[in-house]
Write a protein that binds this ligand. Structure first.
Ligand code: NAD
Length: 286
């Protein structure tokens, strides 16, 4: 559909998981401006609905890590909307949510990094947030459950809805998975998050192979450091992250939203199995 006919995504229906705030909300807003019908998923029905309504969309609650909840959400989607063209697997956690001890460690690491930058000799282990020995089973499984299993659950249900029983779709459809620079670069103290985000890249490539001949494209976005509620707990580290970023600042949610608009649009029709990484130059090889 051309822009003259109402926007690059006119006539398309898009589901954005974890879309009540942050990157998901920015993606939903830009998709709506481009003409897409929006469905926002999040954990809480009220949050999903309040984000979707101003965009003329609908909110559907559901925990993406729970296969039964995802099946139920897609049953609702099938009933209320009937079709899907674009799925954005965006729901995610940092693992730092509600962890006050982690906030203290972040503060300490930031202070150490500043002193190291000023030439003071600092033990390199004092520049790390934590070691794998401190990782709980619960936290590890929660990380995989939301990012990896959630991406799997939603993509499987989306394919059931998006693909006809045999042969390709009549028109272009796509899945966009939110990975991270952490999925390729890695980071001390973030083993679970980095593992989950790397798994999403493998998932993206395999599913892109499976669906390429069926008029479906599957791509990943690997954002750099973006200012959202997720990166708030890292505030003491922001000056250091900014100094490490060649462009000198953190990104904003729209930097990711525009990448998603491109990947979802007709202009990206030859793009599948790829990772697009808006990151201000922090990491130049994905
Ligand atoms: P955010 O914390 O601001 O928003 C995440 C949203 O996901 C929240 O609304 C939350 O309620 C929802 N959510 C969490 N668990 C869920 C679940 N089980 N089911 C459904 N919804 C759930 O985070 P953000 O910064 O907007 O990040 C969005 C995505 O981008 C995440 O996958 C994140 O890992 C990824 N990412 C973010 C950054 C960054 O710097 N902000 C960088 C790289 C990747």
């Amino acid at each position: 559909m051309s822009s003259a006919e109402g926007g690059r995504l006119a006539g398309k229906t898009a589901l954005i998981t974890g879309g009540a705030r942050g990157l998901g909300a920015a993606i939903a807003t830009r998709f709506a401006e481009a003409g897409a019908k929006i469905i926002i998923n999040d954990l809480n029905q009220e949050a999903a609905t309040s984000a979707a309504e101003p965009l003329g969309g609908i909110g559907l609650a559901g925990d993406v890590s729970n296969a039964a909840a995802v099946t139920e959400m897609f049953a609702q989607l099938r009933k209320q909307v009937g079709a899907l063209d674009i799925l954005v697997n965006n729901a995610g956690i940092s693992g730092l949510e509600g962890d006050n001890e982690a906030r203290e460690r972040i503060q300490k690491v930031a202070e150490n990094a500043t002193r190291a930058a000023q030439g003071e000799a600092i033990d390199p282990t004092d520049l790390q947030l934590s070691l794998l020995t401190e990782q709980s089973d619960e936290g590890w499984h929660r990380m995989m459950g939301i990012h990896v299993n959630g991406t799997f659950h939603c993509s499987r249900e989306a394919l059931r809805l998006m693909l006809p029983e045999r042969g390709p779709r009549e028109r272009d459809g796509c899945i966009i998975n939110l990975s991270s620079i952490m999925g390729t670069f890695g980071r001390a103290g973030g083993t679970a998050y980095c593992t989950a985000k790397a798994a999403i890249l493998g998932f993206t490539r395999a599913l892109a192979h499976e669906t390429a001949a069926r008029k479906l494209r599957v791509n990943a976005i690997a954002p750099g450091w973006i200012a959202t509620a997720m990166t708030d707990p890292l505030a003491p580290m922001h000056p250091i992250l900014e100094a490490q970023t060649p462009q000198g600042h953190l990104g904003e949610p729209d930097d990711i939203a525009w990448a998603a608009v491109y990947l979802a649009s007709e202009e990206a029709k030859f793009v599948t199995g790829q990772t697009l990484s808006p990151n201000g130059g922090w990491y130049m090889s994905q």
